[in-house]
Design a protein around this ligand. Structure first.
Ligand code: NAP
Ligand code: HSE
Length: 429
């Protein structure tokens, strides 16, 4: 059998320790599947004395990840520290320059600096793999770069932040408000150290930007994602949406249009009986639509020690087998500008408002919608006590975001709204 593929693992947290455990548990299997043994040479983290739930005594310890990046007895630098800059970026660059391939799970870094890193790697004849960076254990990067390479991708979308999906499904099942479930998620340890990465839609947008690049052959453009998190989703909207046959999901959608690349991350309604609508808890789902294959739905654990380490190991095995692909599927220098476009693809919308209990109030609202060119598909007025505010829901026919924005701006001028109207896009899935 050939010489071992030697790993240097930087970062021994949830994912890093998961990788160590797989290398130890499946040594024989990995060697058989890779055609050569896979060995860990050295590891690095901040605190050497921390109890890490794995025996690391056989590996050289380095306090500085840079030492691993430069080590002569390391073939693959496995970056599992995280962060879109600092030591993660510096050590990856150093590893590439010192002739190593890189495996990482770092979505923030790839979304923000993927182009620069890909050009560096490919210029040096090196490879960066990142299966774990998007949707944890779901093999979506390989599916898109390899299995679906014969398709023009029309649209890619998904639920790619397990914490947000947990919060939204728990709000619905327990009938609890956002703030209470957010606190529950914090206590369960589901939230990132900076929770806005999760609930603000940023983590999921990092993943969407990476998928867009692979799908459309464009430079990763995180800054161009229109992002809205789940903070304004209320239990009222979750209940009302359910009444109309929908569930609310933090959904990322990327599609190439004649005007450019639309990338949006926002709370959307999806049919409750669709695969996305059925997705509960911390699970992720990615839906890819190709011109020949049609719709592919990939579902699985988007985070956690085992699933994420499983994805890291698939990259390691690929490198051990000698598979060497461009970082984003095509040479980095051939990736085009993404031509970001604001969302203009028409969709149906959910509109919820509270009206004053006055004669003609509803007529004023429907006139504004009609004047904006918005046609109503369904409408529901909920029971209320005389003189108290009247909850009203509309599901519109397909219309443009521009028309909805115009209506939302005009509605307060009717003088019959008791509170700001809520609008949510109903994504066709
Ligand atoms: P984590 O549990 O916070 O572990 C981070 C590790 O990096 C720790 O071992 C830490 O050392 C080490 N570290 C931090 N700063 C360092 C420094 N300056 N020098 C050396 N080591 C340093 O993180 P994680 O959850 O495993 O995530 C790792 C990466 O995987 C991130 O990019 C994350 O976004 C990505 N990812 C994670 C998941 C998941 O489910 N957790 C899923 C998909 C992708 P100490 O242990 O000594 O503090
Ligand atoms: N915070 C992320 C999530 C971790 O909840 O999905 C995996 O990227």
């Amino acid at each position: 059998m050939s010489s071992p593929l030697r790993l240097g693992i930087a970062g021994l947290g949830t994912v890093g320790i998961g990788v160590v455990k797989i290398v130890q548990k499946h040594a024989g299997l990995l060697a058989q599947r890779s055609g050569r043994p896979v060995a860990i040479t050295a590891v690095s983290a901040r605190d050497r004395r921390k109890n890490r739930d794995a025996d690391l005594s056989a590996y050289r310890w380095e306090d500085d990840p840079m030492a691993l990046a430069l080590a002569e007895d390391v073939d693959v630098f496995v970056e599992l520290i995280g962060g879109d800059a600092g030591i993660a970026k510096d050590s990856i660059e150093a590893a590439l320059r010192s002739g190593k391939d890189v495996v990482t799970a770092n979505k923030a870094l790839l979304a923000m600096h993927g182009q620069e890193l890909a050009e560096l790697a490919e210029g040096l004849g090196r490879v960066i793999r990142f299966e774990a960076a998007v949707a944890g254990g779901i093999p979506v990067i390989k599916a898109m770069t390899e299995s679906l390479a014969g398709n023009r991708i029309n649209r890619v979308m998904g639920v790619m932040n397990g914490t947000c999906n947990y919060i939204l499904t728990r709000m619905e099942s327990a009938g609890l408000p956002y703030e209470e479930v957010f606190e529950e998620a914090r206590q369960l340890g589901y939230l990132e150290a900076d929770p806005t990465l999760d609930v603000g839609g940023i983590d999921a947008s990092h993943k969407l930007a990476i998928l867009s690049s692979i799908a459309f052959g464009t430079r990763p453009a995180f800054d161009a994602v229109e992002i809205e998190g789940i903070e304004r989703v209320s239990i009222d909207d979750i209940r009302r949406a359910a009444d109309m046959g929908y569930r609310i999901k933090l959904l990322g959608v990327a599609q190439m249009t004649a005007r450019g690349l639309e990338q949006r991350m926002s709370p959307c309604l999806v049919p409750a009986d669709s695969p996305l609508g059925q997705l509960a808890g911390g699970t992720n789902m990615v839906v890819v639509e190709g011109d020949s294959v049609g719709q592919i739905v990939l579902r699985g654990a988007g985070a956690g020690e085992g699933p994420t380490a499983s994805a890291v190991m698939s990259d390691v095995i690929e490198l051990a087998r000698g598979v060497r692909l461009p970082v984003f599927g095509v040479p980095a220098t051939s990736l085009s500008d993404s031509q970001p476009a604001r969302t203009a693809v028409p969709a149906a919308y959910y509109l919820r408002m509270e009206l004053l209990d006055k004669p003609g109030a509803l007529a004023k609202i429907t006139t504004v919608l009609g004047d904006a060119g918005i046609s109503i598909d369904r409408m529901r007025q909920y029971g209320h006590k005389d003189g108290s505010n009247v909850p009203v829901l509309f599901v519109t026919d397909r219309t443009t975001p521009e028309a909805i924005d115009h209506a939302i701006e005009t509605l307060p001028k009717t003088g019959v709204l008791a509170s700001d109207p809520v609008e949510l896009r109903i994504e066709e899935v």
